[in-house]
Design a protein around this ligand. Sequence first.
Ligand code: ZN
Length: 495
Amino acid sequence: MENMQQPRLSRRHFLLGGGCACAASLTGCLSTNRATGRNTFTGFYSIEDDIALGRQEHPKLVKQFGGEYDDPRLQRYVEQIGFKAAQFTEYQFPYKFTIVNSPIINAFALPGGFVYLSRGLLSLASNEAEVAGVLAHELGHVNARHTAERISQSQLAQLGIGVLGLALGNTAVTNALGQVAGLAIQGHSRDQELEADTLGIRYMSRAGYDPDGSVSFLATLREHSMLEAEMNGLPPGSVDEFNIMATHPRTVERVRLAQQHAAEVNVSNAIIGRDPHLGAINGMLYGDDPEQGIIDGNTFVHGPLRFEFTVPDDFLLRNSPTRIAATHQQGAIILFDMAKTDRNRSMLSYIRNVWAPQARFSDAEKLRIDGADAATALTQGNGNGGQVDIRPVAIRGDGETVFRFLFVSPAGASSRFSEGFRRTTYSFRRLSPSEASAIHGRRLVVAPAQPGDSAAALAQTMPFGKFNERAFRVLNDLGPNDNLSPGQLLKIIAA
Ligand SMILES: [Zn+2]
């Protein structure tokens, strides 16, 4: 043991240690972290356990975030930055850097050196130093072993997961109600974020990157998040629950504070690396991957699976590889996914006997939707915020396929949402092969501004209607009144 000093034990430590025989072996529970210098409670999780846990969770996490984004050149670019910063970490984990195929701006890490960032984040970043800031921050969480701390705590703390998911045998509901699967993608505490920032700034500056990259990217994130909220008719910042601001809640002020704490912020000839970054992201997929379905306003369209539906205007629609969720500010949720059942089973029998055999239903009825057998019923359950009404709708697809909606609203508010839920149900329709094949994705292209180009004109190919110019300016790190100068490299979206 390096640290023989008797650890000061609070009542909390004893409570946390209750399940792991810590009273008998206190030193096994508290150890000094080389990155943070703190005595941390990591239970009996060793560095090797971190690595084993990361290896075990890695495939699941990649799948949950749309799989790996397959672009060897972009992969090499990210690795080159990541490994350069990782040289300066306190623990030598077998580091692995993965780009996930998600348009949402996100980054996270698993214990044991597994670091992830989304292609959405890469498209929004302006230079290498910003990417280095994100990767180094994640390396900070890994080296401070924040997830091990959380695992040790959550083993003993009751997380209070809603029983709604259990009632319907559907974890999708639980997840969508705010319980995110996997500790890696849960938010960290304020102190952990500050610590990851301090460590991240240490690693990136030792690697020669301009530490201001972490501040400038955070400022861009705020702009992006405010724009996204406004596009969805929500108050500023309220869409943050699904993106990097949820997993790493930070402010520019706190990152500046971390910069002051970091010892080596004066990097001579610091790397910013704008041109190499733009070269690396040139040609990458932008926005939704058509293979996973595309959100077009309030309509979700899936080309390969040939269907579409539309949610009410006041719902915010989100896609993930396993389900589609639309949320309302007043707590209502629409979930959509697909399942399989035997070909001869009626949809009414499917709801009662297969989907939710434990639930008590009222108002069960057969429906006809887009010419197909369908059914619905009504039940009640508990969400995180209290009692909810749950209306499943099952629609027969090809062969064994079932298309499933789950309409959830706070108890007593059903009448406010029922008409919108009904319209959503009947908006479901199958696409013809030609309609399906006409759906394609967008690409990000880097090109120099030509004399006479304006942000407004170049923004016309973006998918955000009246928000196009603002989105273009955020993407290109341009202020509201900045003019373009000929030759300036820009990220342009090719429709
Ligand atoms: Zn963080």
